[in-house]
Design a protein around this ligand. Structure first.
Ligand SMILES: *[C@@H]1O[C@H](CO)[C@@H](O)[C@H](O)[C@H]1NC(C)=O
Ligand SMILES: *[C@@H]1O[C@H](CO)[C@@H](O)[C@H](O)[C@H]1NC(C)=O
Length: 374
């Protein structure tokens, strides 16, 4: 009897372990697989609103231009974000002139940088390309990429009005330093300023709080957890359009694309790299500013929202405000126009594009008047 009960006990035990094992297997293997299959299926559908352009080494960047004529307005997104954030503004400006949005390397619908071996092989073939290539995910490389994208591979009408938010503003400034003859006006929207990390507190915030959060996000994307959260509506998508008729048929796609990117570890990995290399980016920016005076015929508008981020402690907000003042008074010597927009929404460029629309249209009109085109 005893023997039998032990046997049956061990049998149920084995069964339980077997069942648990199956469950565990299910949890570990199935979500990543579902996620992987979904990403593969969604990607081509979600890139149809623009075109991929080869910028060298076979690397394709995603570009979407609408409207026609000069000047071309080019919109550059905040750190780690794709071009969806600009679609509402692009729609508002496209009847006026050419307006382009794009995804920086590795973000959104753009390819990641080519691997080292691909680079080495093609460098042998084409020595020209290998020169002057900056480090991936730093501003030097970003502005080279942008330059290729809008002047060589797709030839957009010059001059350019560059509109950059956050890191996008650094790219716009660096671009202007490097290719000054392309640019007529800059809009810097809540711009990152290269002195921010001179303050250890901000640097700690960046490297010890923002980046670890992104790493966690990347991990949960990779193991399929984000996909489950998206499917069960348990996660907040920051860029979601609620009204459903303002923007052609892009509405639904923006929402789908944002979900897709949230589940896409490769996209998040590029976002992390942009954050991680910010110290390099800042030091490149400092160097560029020292080496060359900012072109005097490029006019600049700096736009800030009323408060940087109310969820941050006061001292971090203060450091941010100081950086903005430094940009205005020291770097641009009070020559830039300064506008405060009446919002504290971190994503106001997406939610309230009309706050920018008139400012940009005024600049376009002015340029056309000067050229006698108005
Ligand atoms: C700025 O000046 C340079 C040199 O004088 C000129 O080539 C360039 O076209 C000017 N840029 C604009 C936007 O007028
Ligand atoms: C940026 O940080 C990395 C990692 O801490 C370091 O290796 C690199 O030298 C830093 N670069 C600059 C320009 O400070």
């Amino acid at each position: 009897m005893v023997v039998i009960s032990v046997r049956s006990l061990s049998k149920t035990c084995v069964q339980t372990v077997w069942k648990l094992g199956q469950l565990l297997l299910f949890i570990i293997i199935v979500p990543p697989l579902i996620n992987y299959a979904s990403l593969k299926r969604e990607a081509p559908l979600l890139a149809q609103h623009g075109l991929p352009y080869d910028i060298g080494y076979g690397q394709k960047l995603f570009l979407r231009c609408r409207g026609q004529g000069a000047p071309t307005v080019i919109l550059d997104a905040p750190t780690g974000m794709n071009s969806d954030v600009w679609i509402p503004l692009q729609e508002k400006l496209k009847a006026k002139t050419t307006v382009c949005i794009y995804d920086r390397t590795g973000l959104g619908m753009s390819d990641s940088p080519p691997s080292k071996t691909v680079k080495e092989q093609s460098d042998e073939k084409d020595a020209k390309i290998s020169k002057h290539r900056g480090m991936d995910h730093t501003v030097e490389k970003m502005s080279e990429d942008l330059n290729r994208l809008v002047t060589a591979t797709s030839q957009q009408p010059k001059p350019f009005i560059l509109v950059g938010s956050d890191l996008g503003a650094i790219v716009a400034r660096f671009y202007t330093q490097m290719y000054e003859f392309d640019v007529s006006h800059l809009f810097l929207i809540d711009p990152l300023v290269e002195t921010l990390f001179d303050n250890q507190q901000w640097k700690d915030y960046w490297y010890d709080r923002i980046i670890p959060r992104l790493h966690a996000m990347q991990l949960s994307a990779a193991i399929g957890v984000n996909r489950m959260l998206v499917l069960t509506h348990m996660i907040d998508i920051p860029l979601t359009l609620r009204t459903s008729n303002e923007i052609e048929d892009d509405n639904i796609n923006i929402n789908h694309r944002q979900k897709h990117l949230l589940c896409n570890a490769a996209h998040i990995s590029s976002a992390i790299r942009e954050h991680f290399h910010m110290n390099e980016t800042f030091s490149q920016m400092k160097l560029a500013w020292r080496m060359k005076t900012f072109p005097s015929n490029v006019s600049v508008t700096i736009i800030n929202r009323r408060q940087y981020d109310k969820s941050l402690p006061n001292d971090l907000n203060k450091i941010w405000d100081d950086s903005q003042e430094y940009l205005r008074t020291q770097l641009f010597r009070n020559q830039a126009q300064h506008r405060i927009v009446d919002t504290t929404d971190k994503y106001f460029v997406f939610h309230k594009p009309d706050l920018l629309e008139t400012l940009i249209k005024d600049v376009i009109n002015k340029w056309r008047e000067q050229k006698g085109l108005a």
